[in-house]
Design a protein around this ligand. Structure first.
Ligand SMILES: *Cc1c(COP(=O)(O)O)cnc(C)c1O
Length: 353
């Protein structure tokens, strides 16, 4: 085995996908699985497909290119860059958009290759990241629907990101209201009304999701088993699909208070150290090039991460309940940010078990 390693439990991930799909479909919603946090690693996206997902979504074209499965729709989540429009036409079946100029460019590229690019118009309901404001939505939708290279699929929104705004029945009803106005104006049904991300799951659990919402884009709930608006665990979902293991390279009893003249640490930060007397300390072979120490937490709750730099992490094992030896590994639970960082690090082995 090579370390550090991110261990992915195939069965647990598969069950999470199946359960989220079931929960959504019962509410009349077809979920898109968001795999950006996993860098769309093929061995993992394969599990989603086996578990019945029909659409995979990512923010980056480079990741969409790794999704080859026939019959699976590929969604580009991040509003496209003008410089990547050609690739958007080639590799994304659906893209989320908020700029008419970008959609026009996409239309031209799609026409060139004899395709129609699927477009969802994003509406900003207060989170203040991407999206047209509500008052501009109908007009923009009408313009998009005239473009020859575009299949205008519907509307969507994204909350819980920049502005930490929680999806509610009220704000999603603004979206469904806009959808209705667009349908009347275009005199046709919209295929997609996309009501957000894992922050919208609580509306399903509580049975208060507006019935017109027929799509969600779900990353975190599948990966970590919780919804994100209130950080609540979703019953039936595994919270331990992922585990991070790193190996002990030094194990010594040392003082807890650094000695010598005190300055800044290697990242230019002033750190406060508490004198806890002698401490049993393990150095493990991982660091910021893999993950920040505050984005993972030891599975063994009797030990504690006390510091980390580019390639070293120091763990206090003074009160550890189990015994650790040089060469042993220490296991960690991961947060969303931790998972993103571990998947992105080329130094971390990704092992599906
Ligand atoms: C990341 C992202 C999602 C998925 O968010 P989760 O909280 O992981 O469910 C959905 N939509 C957009 C536009 C995103 O950028």
């Amino acid at each position: 085995m090579k370390y550090p390693a991110l261990i992915i439990n195939r069965q647990k991930l598969k069950e999470n996908v199946e359960r989220v799909v079931e929960m959504c479909r019962k509410a009349g919603i077809e979920p898109c699985a968001v795999v950006k946090c996993l860098c769309a690693i093929p061995e993992i996206t394969q599990i989603y497909v086996e578990a019945g997902i029909k659409a995979l979504a990512d923010s980056r074209i480079d990741n969409l290119k790794k999704i080859p499965y026939a019959g699976i729709k590929k969604w580009l989540l991040r509003i496209p860059m003008l410089s990547e429009i050609k690739d958007v036409a080639l590799y994304a079946d659906v893209s989320l958009n908020s700029e008419i100029e970008t959609v026009k460019a996409l239309s031209e590229e799609a026409e060139k290759i004899g395709k129609k690019a699927g477009v969802v118009l994003m509406v900003d309901l207060g989170d203040l990241r991407e999206g047209v404001l509500a008052e501009d939505a109908v007009e923009t939708a009408v313009e998009i629907s005239k473009l020859k290279g575009i299949e205008f699929l519907g509307v969507g929104t994204n909350l819980n990101c920049y502005g930490s705004i929680i999806p509610t029945t009220e704000n999603l009803k603004v979206l469904t209201g806009i959808a209705k106005q667009i349908e009347e104006k275009l005199n046709k049904r919209l295929q997609i009304i996309s009501g957000g991300n894992s922050g919208s799951i609580h509306l399903i659990s509580n049975g208060i999701m507006p019935k017109e919402i027929n799509n969600l884009r779900i990353g975190e709930t599948i990966l970590l088993g919780n919804e994100t608006s209130y950080q609540k665990h979703i019953e039936n979902l595994h919270t331990d699909v992922f585990r991070f293991d790193a190996q002990i390279i030094e194990l010594k009893t040392k003082p807890s208070l650094p000695f010598g003249e005190s300055g800044l640490n290697s990242f230019g930060e002033k750190v406060y150290y508490e004198d806890k007397g002698l401490m049993k300390r393990a150095i493990i072979a991982c660091g910021r090039q893999d993950v920040d120490g505050d984005k993972i937490s030891p599975v063994d709750e009797s030990i504690q991460v006390i510091g980390y730099s580019s390639d070293h992490m120091i763990v206090d094992i003074t009160n550890a309940k189990s015994e650790y030896h040089l060469g042993n590994t220490i296991s960690f639970n991961v947060t969303y940010g931790g998972l993103l960082s571990l998947c992105t690090s080329e130094y971390v082995l990704k092992a599906v078990e």
